[in-house]
Design a protein around this ligand. Sequence first.
Ligand code: NAD
Length: 232
Amino acid sequence: MDENIRKLKELVDGSDNIVFFGGAGVSTESGIPDFRSVDGLYHQKFRYPPETMLSHTFFERHTGEFFDFYRAKMLALDAQPNAAHRKLEGKLKAVITQNIDGLHQKAGSREVLELHGSVLRNHCTRCGKAYGVERIVSSAGVPRCSCGGVIKPDVVLYEEPLDEDVMARALHYIRQADVLLIGGTSLVVYPAAGLITYYRGHKLAVVNKGGAGPAQAAVTVDGPIGQVLEQL
Ligand code: NAD
């Protein structure tokens, strides 16, 4: 076993208060592209950059085009949890994720804090009625509520604030954590990435392809997170 993976295993085996903080890289092994890898969404060519198309302004002004992009690129409803999601189920106090794909819950994790919401939940912007994702998939063009209002995914778009309650709970878990395990995230999307600065312990572990992560990490593993966690 690789020396860094052995160190990671030691940290994980020796703690009953582990909190996970993850991002899009956790789901690439389930076939969902991330944003910033070479084959990620940011390296594909669109009429507008993805951060423009996933902004609140774009949703308001080009609603039809927003949904064309959203249906084609943001929904991966057939994707299944991979070894990372499965391995993280059970042993953790909480999973704090920037992902919007619902795969941690599909793998059985209970305490999942979705900083950026979920594609599985949607609501009418006029009357607030809740809708499942089928409504988005089965409609063409702009999905409409029975009241005529536009249905919007409960996904935090660029320019939109994060849910205060979810942020507060995430902060609580990070502050109390013995081991903070960070995986599959470039840590460049704020304010989500800023949460990890509230960790007070000395057992910070990182699993990222490319090995990027905070300098103060006790252990950094450069590798695909599903394959790495499967070895623990
Ligand atoms: P990102 O694309 O900026 O970074 C992903 C990071 O994970 C990169 O450092 C990459 O090298 C690494 N990575 C890729 N595959 C990996 C693997 N198998 N194992 C370990 N590391 C791997 O993603 P981010 O930091 O989460 O920020 C992007 C934003 O994109 C988030 O806000 C999130 O909401 C959104 N997003 C979500 C999904 C999803 O729900 N699955 C998919 C794409 C984007």
